[in-house]
Design a protein around this ligand. Structure first.
Ligand code: DC
Length: 219
């Protein structure tokens, strides 16, 4: 699948930041699939749907409209929810929604359609393994739990002084566990994905490594 780049990895590994910058450099569209699971979680909260009511959640996934604009901002039924999908409440429920097979089928289909019609950098948990296994380039970005917690802490601390490092670390570890041990499309590295450990690398260094691989191939 030419002109399609797939990136997976755990939360806080830098996927979305890197995917966005990579898309800018290549003039591709960036699609953050985690944002789609988050938008659905937000819709469930707004509609007072319990997170154990699987059928209702699948129905909701079918009925809502999730779109992106050219800047990567995300819209739920036409409303810009880019900020709202990052709240602690959404954080604490999104992995539960992502466990549901029917929900995944609907979102995966949307993601595959988007990749058919665009030049994309798509990031998530199952992009290299399930959504776009035929992508031209596949990367698995990771970093130590400590480093990922540090990054989230820095990000949140700037908005919320009461963010505590240990609490964040625990929450990331909990999501890692749910994402990688779930039955349907668990987070795992595709055998042929290129592993990039970002623990001791700056954003620019990660980007350079990836661009070198991509541009090296086209020479
Ligand atoms: O990358 P993120 O933190 O925004 O992802 C939010 C949640 O969505 C995360 O717990 C795992 C889930 N997710 C998924 O299951 N599959 C994807 N392709 C993307 C995200």
């Amino acid at each position: 699948m030419k002109n399609v780049i797939a990136i997976d990895g755990p939360g806080g590994a830098g996927k979305s930041t890197i995917a966005k910058l990579l898309a800018e450099r290549l003039n591709y569209i960036h699609l953050d699939t985690g944002a789609m699971y988050r938008a659905l979680t937000l819709a469930a909260i707004k509609n007072n749907i319990d997170f154990d009511q699987k059928n209702k959640l699948v129905k909701l996934a079918k009925s809502i409209d999730i779109t992106f604009d050219e800047n990567g901002e995300i819209f739920l039924n036409g409303e810009n929810v880019t900020e709202e999908i990052r709240t602690a409440e959404v954080n604490s429920h999104v992995s539960q929604i992502a466990l549901i097979k029917g929900v995944r089928e609907i979102l995966v289909e949307k993601q595959q359609q988007l990749a058919q019609n665009n030049m994309v950098v798509m990031d998530g948990r199952d992009i290299t393994t399930v959504v776009l296994p035929e992508a031209e380039y596949k990367f698995f970005l990771t970093a130590s739990l400590e480093e990922r917690a540090k990054r989230r802490y820095q990000e949140i601390k700037s908005k919320d002084n009461e963010a505590y490092f240990e609490k964040i670390k625990k929450s990331i570890a909990r999501r890692d566990k749910l994402d990688s041990e779930r039955k349907h499309s668990p987070l795992k590295k595709a055998e042929d994905a290129i592993l990039v450990d970002t623990t001791n690398l700056s954003i620019d260094q990660v980007l350079d490594q990836m661009i070198t691989i991509i541009e090296g191939d086209s020479k």
